[in-house]
Write a protein that binds this ligand. Structure first.
Ligand SMILES: *[C@@H]1O[C@H](CO)[C@@H](O)[C@H](O)[C@H]1NC(C)=O
Ligand SMILES: *[C@@H]1O[C@H](CO)[C@@H](O)[C@H](O)[C@H]1NC(C)=O
Length: 420
């Protein structure tokens, strides 16, 4: 009988998620008008842009991938507000950054300041720590995809071609493809860009579809954030090559990197199948997967991807790993110094925005996204704001402007144009 009950609850939780909004959440609605929300978000952007270094296309006080996330949210702002206010700045600077770093790949640099370790120590010289795994600067790539998406609505006018962004996206995709494990490579246990023997399978599942996070020949780590980036290109171009790549990588994450609570894990070592600690749970890993699966479900029409996405989303917004029972995200609250995890929560929020766009008929889901977004929005506006600038600690207290606090807030303010 006990067994029977356990089985029943497993089945029902898989088939029918409870997408209800926890009543313990703090202020999960907001009555600001669309025009007010557009203004609030653009005002916050206007506090960020003076930090632009026009020689590099990056922002003072931020790491490289974090700067990429600023460009991403500026593009989204135009997309959601129906404006081109930020467009020239975005396009010109993306072209600049692309001209400075082939394939936008800054990774060969030996001096970077955005590697994150569990103890939140900032590491200056990444190459001195070859075995450190975890979120890194390489995650700039998804930002580009998002930007291509935002300026993709005028495909009929060849706007993406005009701005080079589609060409950039294809270039990056082609570059990254060299670090994806194909089915044949998994079988042969040999990846052409890696100097070690790879595992064909880990825990019984093929390693095909995994993406190495660093190009160096001795780096063995495959992680979630470098994986699953192809869906937007598939959506635009309808080219099946991108769809197949997206499915392969979505399956890799599904098989290897989701925990029992439906949260996306960080890293698997392709040389020995060891994994990052179970406690390495970051908003952005689930956030990027939610975003990718939302697009993939739309591109393929295969409901397994939306079911999986909804399970992960429901867990991500309710877990106590990165928020209290009031629902306000506490990850990456760092008033006095920047570090890599400050910007992670913005990536989750962006993923929720994509889930909304692709699932407007699912009112239980959109109500949940709306409510969670408003919890963060109200916390920022009421607990963490000084004028139009925001602390990275969303529970407050307010403080003077920091680039990283502003970066973390931008996606909440902009996504709320859509989801409020
Ligand atoms: C909107 O919300 C604010 C703050 O909760 C409240 O003071 C105000 O009365 C509300 N306005 C409307 C029109 O509901
Ligand atoms: C589809 O995309 C692949 C990878 O970028 C490319 O090699 C191929 O030419 C594309 N096919 C078409 C029909 O455009």
């Amino acid at each position: 009988m006990l067994f029977h009950l356990a089985l029943l609850s497993l089945v029902s939780s898989a088939a029918c998620q409870d997408l209800g909004v926890p009543l313990s959440w703090r202020e999960f609605s907001n009555n600001r008008t669309l025009a007010q929300r557009i203004t609030i978000a653009q005002n916050a952007i206007n506090q960020m842009t003076p930090q632009l270094n026009s020689a590099t296309g990056e922002f003072n006080g931020l790491g490289y991938w974090q700067s990429g996330n600023v460009w991403s949210v500026l593009a989204n702002q135009d997309h959601l507000a129906g404006t081109t206010t930020n467009k020239a700045l975005v396009v010109n600077n993306l072209n600049l950054v692309f001209s400075r770093w082939a394939h936008y790949d800054q990774f060969h640099s030996t001096m970077m300041q955005c590697l994150f370790k569990p103890n939140s120590v900032l590491i200056q010289n990444i190459d001195s720590l070859p075995k450190v795994v975890g979120p890194s600067c390489v995650i700039r790539i998804p930002c580009l995809w998002r930007m291509s998406h935002s300026y993709g609505f005028n495909l009929v006018n060849n706007e993406l071609q005009d701005t080079n962004l589609l060409a950039h996206a294809v270039d990056v995709w082609t570059h990254v493809t060299g670090y994806v494990i194909t089915a044949a490579e998994a079988s042969a246990r040999k990846q052409p860009n890696k100097a070690f023997t790879i595992e064909s399978t880990c825990n019984g599942a093929t390693m095909a579809g995994g993406v190495f996070w660093r190009p160096t020949t001795d780096d063995t780590s495959v992680n979630s954030i470098t994986t699953g980036l192809s869906a937007f290109l598939a959506d635009y171009t309808k080219n099946a090559t991108y769809t197949s790549a997206a499915i392969l990588s979505a399956n890799w994450i599904k098989a290897h990197n989701i925990n029992a609570n439906n949260l996306v894990l960080d890293t698997v070592d392709a040389a020995d199948c060891s994994t990052s600690p179970a406690t390495w749970l970051f908003t952005y890993n689930s956030g990027k997967y939610i975003e990718g699966l939302s697009v993939l479900a739309a591109v393929t029409g295969d409901s397994q991807w939306s079911t999986l996405m909804i399970n992960i989303l429901n867990s991500a917004v309710k877990t106590t790993v990165w928020q209290g029972s009031n629902g306000v995200i506490t990850e990456g609250a760092s008033p006095s110094a920047d570090n890599d995890d400050v910007g992670f929560k913005a990536v989750l929020i962006r993923g929720l925005g994509e889930a909304w766009i692709r699932n407007t008929a699912n009112t239980a889901l959109t109500t949940l996204i709306h409510s969670y977004g408003d919890v963060q929005y109200n916390a920022l506006l009421e607990l963490a704001a000084t004028g139009n600038t925001y602390s990275s600690s969303w529970l407050g207290p307010p403080q003077a402007f920091t680039s990283w606090g502003q970066l973390a807030a931008l996606d909440v303010l902009t996504t709320n144009i859509l989801t409020n």
